[in-house]
Design a binder for this molecule. Structure first.
Ligand code: NDP
Length: 459
């Protein structure tokens, strides 16, 4: 008789957990999974997917305006938030069903409820105890909520997807992925948006040219920025409006305050430490290169480990975990050169090193950059710039980084990422014939490096 009820028990049915469960089951393992909320996790239920649907919705506003330059007369467009939310909810429910069916089809037993570790081989879900040889923690993360007076009046991205009405005036706190994406969504749908960020410019950690372009384009779209300040306190008026006091002494009157100041790993109350699983300072599960925790039969993948918090990374970590544990092919996940996109408007996509990172690591770098008005806007008349940039190691000639702000950036950078991952050189990019007329062809036609800073200073 089997020693344990399951070979693998997965806690959390988000991207990483579902992939790990399905792939392990495909090897013949007996797998159970527990989910406290909805199958699909952050990405499907209240992250990437609904966010991108809202981004599409918000962009129509400009599409209708742009159509005029192409001869189209669009009658005055009206937007209905409840329709968008209802349609989005229907699609998310469909996807959740797909996830459940995938698990079911793979023979994974689903346990709806919150799982807690009782010991390294035992989990409890809704009062029922089950044992497993291997346990995979894939509980993801949740929005960080700071401790300010009145902060209970604020929402996070979780609630933003379910607002009953589109707020007329919105303050978005934060300068990272979620903050700029939602500032763009609310702005595009017609809200008056102010973004409050503690630094001097959004998207810290991204290439400076990307940051400057995003900032300039968001300002052109009418988003107001409050830089170098954070929320001090919030008060609600009898009419429901919020007074948001900032630490620089200024105040905002808004109808909605959305916090996007980072996320934290969901590890509280899971019984992890009691089961011998060590946590890092921010509550993330500590893992080695094979996603193994300090407890030898317990593994963790995805946002709960706070490595690179992206869905495709969680999926890849889960695949490496299954290869390692269930296929006898130990494989560490390669976190190098992971491309990512920010669906602000216009969108950003990047892969590899920023110029600043490259200058620290390489002896000499060459920078190629192009800033241009996309062809479409020659007729639409829209004052929107795209920016593309290559960071090259001057000695080895390898492309160290590619950065883009502009329409379809994510679609374009995905292909570029393959070349960079393969170690492509600038000359190989140059030898590639472009597809005309596209923005993407810029990446293979950048001929002149921009003068080095010392050269620029001398001119
Ligand atoms: P980020 O880590 O991207 O950004 C957090 C922002 O909040 C930063 O601007 C940060 O400032 C600021 N901040 C942090 N702490 C405080 C504080 N105490 N007071 C005021 N401001 C603060 O987090 P997000 O919540 O935007 O997103 C979480 C993660 O989810 C992302 O890092 C990304 O990995 C993932 N994600 C990916 C998306 C995509 O792929 N398109 C979309 C959405 C999320 P500072 O920069 O100064 O530290």
């Amino acid at each position: 008789m089997a020693k344990y009820d399951y070979d693998l028990f997965v806690i959390g049915a988000g991207s990483g957990g579902v992939r790990g469960a399905r792939m392990a089951a495909a090897t013949g393992a007996r797998v159970g999974i527990a989910e406290a909320f909805r199958y699909g996790g952050t990405c499907v239920i209240r992250g990437c997917i609904p966010k991108k649907l809202l981004v599409y919705a918000s962009h129509f506003h400009e599409d209708f305006e742009d159509a005029a330059g192409f001869g189209w007369q669009v009658p005055e467009a009206r937007f209905d938030w409840p329709t968008l939310i209802a349609n989005k909810d229907r699609e998310i429910a469909r996807l959740e069903g797909v996830y459940r069916r995938l698990l079911d089809g793979a023979g994974v037993e689903m346990h709806d409820g919150r799982a807690v570790l009782v010991d390294p081989h035992t989990v409890e879900v809704g009062g029922r105890r089950m044992t497993a040889g291997i346990i995979l923690i894939a509980t993801g993360g949740q929005p960080f909520i700071p401790d300010h007076p009145g902060i209970e009046h604020a929402i996070t991205s979780n609630e933003a997807f379910h607002l009953s009405a589109l707020p007329r005036r919105v303050a978005v706190a934060g300068g990272g992925y979620i903050a700029v994406e939602f500032a763009g969504i609310f702005n595009g749908l017609g809200s008056e948006v102010t973004q409050v960020y503690r630094g001097p410019r959004v998207l810290r950690g991204f290439d400076e040219d990307v940051r400057a372009t995003v900032d300039a384009e968001m300002v052109k779209k009418g988003i107001a920025f409050k830089y170098n300040t954070v929320i001090d306190h919030v008060a609600k008026r009898p009419d429901g409006a919020l007074d948001v006091a900032l630490t620089d002494g200024s105040a905002l009157e808004v109808d909605c305050l959305m916090l996007a100041i980072g996320r934290r790993p969901s590890t509280k109350g899971l019984g992890l430490e009691e089961a011998g699983v060590e946590l890092g300072e921010n509550g993330a599960v500590k893992v080695d290169a094979y996603s193994r925790t300090s407890q030898e039969n317990v593994y963790a993948v995805g946002d709960v480990t706070d490595r690179i918090n992206l869905t495709p990374v969680a999926l890849a970590e889960a695949m490496a975990f299954v290869d390692t544990v269930f296929k006898g092919q130990p494989r560490a996940m390669d976190h190098d050169c992971v491309a990512s996109a920010v669906f602000c408007q216009p969108p950003v996509a990047v892969v590899g090193l920023t110029e600043a990172e490259a200058r620290e690591r390489a002896e000499r770098v060459e920078i190629y950059r192009s800033s241009f008005r996309p062809l479409k806007h020659t007729l639409s008349g829209r004052d929107e710039k795209a920016m593309m940039k290559l960071v090259v190691d001057a000695k080895s000639r390898r492309i160290l980084g590619a950065h883009m702000v502009g329409p379809d950036a994510a679609e374009i950078i995905q292909g570029i990422a393959i070349a960079i991952k393969m170690g492509a050189t600038k000359e190989q990019f140059d030898a590639t014939v472009g597809i005309h007329p596209t923005a993407a062809e810029e990446f293979v036609t950048l001929r002149e490096p921009v003068p080095e800073p010392e050269q620029q200073a001398a001119e």
